[in-house]
Design a binder for this molecule. Structure first.
Ligand SMILES: *Cc1c(COP(=O)(O)O)cnc(C)c1O
Length: 397
């Protein structure tokens, strides 16, 4: 039995079966390449689902983390720690919001945002009947609160009842948002670019109008940029392309580039009118190890001028994908911006099968809802990497 087979058998014996995994055991990474237990090399256009923004083996990132391990990995939130303070200062400046709470995952950032919205509305009228508007086909995570605002009924149904008072609007359909809006609405949640839902960007007019509705009615606009934020769209945050700002922002994935860390951020106005001491907490959230990763990621992104690389490589990626579409009628649509792009396939072929074949062909990609092959590579790729991806994907298609 090969090492790979042995490990997979062990996994199937002991790990809870919540994923249908591809039969590959990844062992190490270098740059934008991954290597499996048999030594086979892969080009990575998945990045651990939009996580490994800096790719693998970034020196400054590794050195910062190693040094922090030697000093202190964890300390309670009853005390201050410098990496959290520096990361908070840097991250708030970057996104133009004032206060941050660090979490350990995306779903936890969403939970915090939900609590922020409810508390904000509660302090205004002391009602406990507030409603949240979320979007159809959205994805916000697997914990009960995050699941409750996730717009795919199949993910929710076996776990009903959800948290109450959530309404679903059609994404990019302003009339459907207006139809749900009432004086109990406390927040509108959406991804600036829907990720799991099939790489669907919010339309300019839609997001601007939602912003206006929120301002007019003192409702919180909560943008989930867990997948599309941190440089991936070609701006540090995808909302920058719309000329608006959210009241609350959720981040994770690329934020730690591999160290599990998330965050929710808010304006001073929202902070003053919502969570206060005793309202929220996390044992691990914002520990010095995780926050060292955040700080190193932001510094490296700035040093590498990452948004410029994403815009340039993203434009080139788009050109190569459009070429593929012209050659292969099975490709119905190319969507996205920067280095979050999706290839929608027609019903004659399953995106998940294409991903499996790509893997055999040395290319790591994953699918998204709506029969979409999702391209979310490390943000440090080159045009040569894009060419290699297009060649490998073209062969499979
Ligand atoms: C991945 C994701 C989440 C959930 O993050 P986890 O770290 O898996 O809990 C939430 N929202 C969006 C948009 C995501 O892509």
């Amino acid at each position: 039995m090969s090492k790979t087979e042995e490990l997979i058998n062990l996994a199937e014996e002991h790990i809870l079966h919540t994923y249908n995994r591809f039969p590959v055991v990844f062992e190490r990474g270098e740059g934008v390449r991954l290597y499996d237990a048999s030594g086979k090399e892969y080009l990575d256009f998945c990045a651990g689902i939009a996580v490994n923004a800096l790719g693998y083996g970034n020196e400054a990132y590794k050195e910062a983390l190693k040094a922090q391990i030697d000093k202190l990995t964890h300390i309670s939130n009853y005390f201050y720690n410098e990496p959290a303070i520096r990361a908070a200062e840097t991250l708030t400046a970057l996104c133009g919001l004032d206060r941050v709470f660090f979490t350990n995952s995306g779903a936890e950032a969403i939970e915090g945002a939900i609590k922020t919205a409810r508390k904000y509305a509660f302090l205004k009228d002391h009602s406990t009947e507030h409603e949240i508007i979320a979007m159809e086909h959205s994805f916000h995570g697997r914990t009960m609160g995050a699941l409750s605002i996730t717009g795919t009924a199949a993910y929710r149904e076996p776990f009903l009842p959800m948290i109450g008072n959530v309404r679903y609007a059609a994404f990019n359909d302003i009339d459907s948002v207006k139809a749900l809006l009432n004086d109990r609405t406390c927040a509108i949640f959406m991804e600036t670019i829907q990720g799991e839902g099939g790489i669907i960007p919010a339309q300019q007019e839609f997001l601007k109008e939602v912003r206006r509705l929120c301002d007019e009615n003192d409702i919180l606009l909560i943008l989930d940029e867990i997948q599309c934020g941190m440089g991936r769209s070609g701006n540090m945050f995808a909302y920058e392309a719309y000329g608006i700002k959210p009241d609350v922002l959720t981040l994770a994935k690329g934020l730690g580039s591999g160290v599990p860390v998330g965050a929710f951020l808010m304006s001073e106005r929202v902070a003053e009118g919502s969570l206060c001491a005793g309202d929220h907490g996390s044992t691990y959230g914002g520990n010095p190890f995780a926050c060292t990763a955040v700080l190193a990621v932001i510094r490296e992104m700035e040093r590498l001028n990452i948004t410029e690389n994403v815009r340039e490589r993203g434009a080139y990626l788009r050109r190569r994908l459009i070429e593929l579409k012209e050659k292969h009628p099975v490709i119905r649509d190319i969507r996205g911006t920067g280095l979050i792009q999706g290839i929608e396939l027609d019903s004659s072929v399953k995106a998940s099968e294409v991903c499996g074949k790509c893997l055999e062909n040395g290319l790591v990609v994953v699918s998204a809802a709506g029969n979409v092959v999702r391209l979310i590579p490390p943000l440090v790729i080159s045009d040569e990497d894009v060419d290699e991806m297009a060649e490998k994907l073209g062969e499979v298609i």
